[in-house]
Design a protein. Structure first.
Lengths: 401, 320
């Protein structure tokens, strides 16, 4: 047990780390919210809190924050709503470009582009944030709900996203990432980890999306070589919304009804999830499907381990070419894990441990060339599990009620 | 603010206030700096030099007046073909005019802590421009005669375009986009250390139809897009880099798939399809006014017909 002295010492140490003149800047909803809120975000200094009042903030333009160590806090994810229905410019609702920022307890609705983007913003915390397109799944909705990119240290915790025409929660070109205890629905992708390393995706509920959780690596980007990602203890349920992503985006190729999808990447573990009624496949492991010229890019999945998941239903309406016939051949539903046959064979252990290898002879080859075969019972290939530490532990203190 | 009373140039002196430029405050009104001998006429004060760019940024059809201030006894340094390195205490001043009226003046100040970008909006009576840190929308009539919701950027948005690896930096005065005669005059006036050798210069915009299609379009893309679309800019994560000196066709968008375009893709597959502007995402986004699709994301509420024509011509002339 800690002695009172130790506690006092700890509290003092905490106080010393906060800037001396940290202040709270209160911003109420109502007339002139755009200018008042933006000016508060500009005036904020490290340690300050920009406190959003309860109510609906009618905004006409994107907001931005560029000061380190600032907290933007609302009166709850349903209490303070930044309403961008009347947005005229900018690519997102709120843009953060500074480090050590905490965004918590407010909502962003109906942005024309992305919801909240943070770029080059290290050690950022999104806590109890809600991003929604309130008209349901539509191609005209913005792409990403919560969009941290090019950052080291990302914690997305307890957030809710619905209606994103790309990914509800998208983490790109980043490392040291934790995405936990969130709920994403009615988006094309629930959660997407792209061109990123050391990501821990755990305890989330993703349902009624086109695809639940995606781990992708794409060519021709400044950060590539994604991997060491752990997808653990998530509820991935009935992701059966038709794909409504605008064509041209990589997620437009995600089959409706995909639970977890791994594309390219090195060392990805899918462990202890509950995968229920995802009608194409509970887990899909594939290579990058497009031609590319980038010599530094590896298009195939390597070291993928699917381990100890609880599986119910699914695979009964596979939206892959020839899927209907394939499902019929397997008695009405595909096995839980489907692999295109490129790269290293994934290991599958635990319940329903069969692996359907589609046997495509090369990347970018259509299903007409497939030679499907079932590999199993337990598909034992020696593959070490991913072991990401996720976001730095210091970020936890900013993600508490 | 304190500065208005104590640091402004005295009327009649027409001298730039070094303290306003270099200090750590944000002067509340533009006249605090003393950049103009006659601000209504945009007649610069002593030591403030006007300049033009071969191709300027499209700003909803606004006329733009550009000035550089280099403190007495100091010099800019030429850095190869690129950005002039302006000494501490320098300022870049850009005034936006629409329909003959002064709308806003943006200043970039080179201070000890780095470059600082501040926007000033002109009063209706055109006598003073006031600091507008949070930005502003102004109802104007656009160059096409249609109503225009003109956006003055907020201080952070200044940095979105002016940010290189997180620090504010000037964009415009690059040697490859400046007239040789202007550079020579600046050097002769003792304000530039030497006149840099430029192997390939951006053509003059008014001569674009006579210029090589690729040079005109690449110049336009450099000026309008490359401040974000470069390896250290706000759009670095796109992998689409549109700078004048870029040589990699994929980085220039040719055959490149989008990464985070969302509905900005317009249901098209790649950024630039040789020979086919109509199926090129780059052209589609330039031709849109819709938030979430339109590029550039900031500073454009009206289409630029001449820019679209130049880019269309470039893509059209590419071999399929």
């Amino acid at each position: 047990m800690r002695t009172p002295t130790a506690i006092i010492a700890a509290v003092s140490a905490l106080a010393l780390t906060a800037p001396v003149h940290a202040k709270t800047i209160a911003v109420a909803a109502g007339e002139g919210a755009q200018g008042r809120l933006q000016e508060a975000l500009i005036a904020a200094q490290p340690g300050d809190v920009v406190q959003l009042g309860a109510g609906r903030f009618a905004l006409t333009d994107g907001l931005s924050l560029d000061a380190n160590g600032v907290t933007v806090r609302g009166a709850g994810m349903d209490g303070s709503v930044l309403d961008f229905s009347g947005q005229q410019g900018a690519g997102e609702g709120l843009l953060v470009t500074s480090d050590d920022v905490t965004l918590r307890d407010f909502a962003v609705e109906n942005t024309h582009g992305d919801g909240i983007k943070s770029k080059g913003a290290d050690n950022i915390v999104y806590y109890r944030i809600r991003v929604a397109w309130t008209g349901g799944p539509k191609e005209t909705n913005g792409a990403y709900g919560i969009y941290p990119v090019a950052s080291t240290g990302v914690l997305v915790d307890g957030c809710k996203v619905s209606g994103a025409s790309d990914a509800g929660i998208y983490v790109g070109q980043s490392k040291a990432i934790t995405v936990r205890y969130n709920m994403v629905e009615q988006s094309v992708a629930g959660i997407e980890i792209e061109n990123s390393r050391d990501a821990l995706v755990t305890g989330n509920l993703v349902t009624r999306n086109t695809g639940g959780i995606l781990v992708f690596d794409l060519p021709n980007l400044p950060v590539m070589g994604g991997g060491n990602t752990l997808i653990a203890d998530n509820l991935v349920v009935a992701n059966d919304t038709s794909n409504f992503a605008p064509k041209g985006n990589i997620v437009a190729g995600v089959p409706r009804g995909t639970g977890v999808m791994v594309m390219a990447n090195d060392v990805v573990t899918v462990r202890g999830n509950t995968l229920v009624d995802n009608p194409t496949a509970q887990v899909l492991v594939v290579s990058y499907p497009q031609p590319f010229t980038d010599k530094t890019y590896n298009p195939v999945p390597r070291h993928v381990l699917v381990d100890g998941n609880t599986v119910r239903g699914g695979g009964n309406e596979p939206q892959i070419p020839g899927g209907v016939q394939l499902a019929a051949a397997f008695g009405g539903a595909l096995p839980a894990v489907v692999w295109d046959g490129q790269g290293a064979q994934p290991a599958v252990t635990g319940q329903d441990s069969h692996l359907l290898a589609l046997g495509l002879p090369a990347e970018q080859i259509g299903m007409a060339e497939a030679k499907p075969r079932l590999i199993g019972g337990s598909v034992k290939v020696a593959i070490a599990a991913a072991n990401p530490t996720g976001a730095p532990a210091a970020l936890d203190a900013r993600a508490k009620p | 603010m304190l500065m208005s009373a104590t640091l402004a140039a005295q009327p009649g002196q027409k001298m730039v206030s070094e303290l306003a430029v270099r200090g750590s405050d944000f002067p509340a009104v533009l006249s605090d700096y003393g950049f103009f001998a006659d601000s209504a006429a945009q007649k610069p004060a002593s030591g403030v030099t006007p300049y033009r760019l071969n191709i300027p940024l499209w700003s909803d059809g606004a006329d733009k007046l550009r000035f550089v201030y280099i403190p007495p006894g100091q010099q800019a340094k030429a850095q190869d073909e690129g950005l002039l390195d302006l000494p501490m205490g320098s300022a870049l001043i850009k005034t936006f005019k629409m329909g003959g009226k002064l709308i806003e003046t943006r200043v970039l100040l080179h201070r000890a802590e780095g470059w600082v970008a501040l926007p000033y909006v002109w009063d209706a009576d055109q006598r003073e421009a006031r600091l507008t840190l949070g930005g502003k929308r102004i109802a104007l009539t656009g160059p096409d005669g249609k109503p225009l919701s003109y956006a003055v950027p907020n201080k952070n948005q200044c940095k979105e375009c002016h940010g290189v690896a997180g620090a504010v930096t000037p964009i415009g005065p690059k040697a490859y986009n400046l007239a040789p005669a202007w550079l020579a005059a600046l050097q002769k006036a003792g304000k530039l250390d030497h006149v840099p050798v430029v192997t390939k210069r951006i053509p003059l915009w008014e001569e674009r139809t006579r210029a090589d299609a690729a040079l005109a379009a690449r110049g336009y893309l450099d000026v309008n897009c490359a401040h974000c679309h470069n390896a250290n800019g706000a759009a670095s994560n796109s992998g689409l880099y549109l700078g004048w000196l870029e040589r990699d066709p994929i980085k220039l968008g040719i055959g490149k798939r989008p990464v985070a375009a969302g509905r900005g893709s317009g249901n098209l597959d790649v950024d630039v399809v040789p020979g086919d502007a109509a199926h090129s995402i780059l052209y589609f986004r330039m031709a849109s006014l819709e938030g979430g699709i339109a590029m550039p994301e900031l500073g454009r509420a009206a289409l630029d017909p001449a820019g679209l024509t130049a880019v269309k011509r470039w893509i059209g002339e590419m071999k399929r």
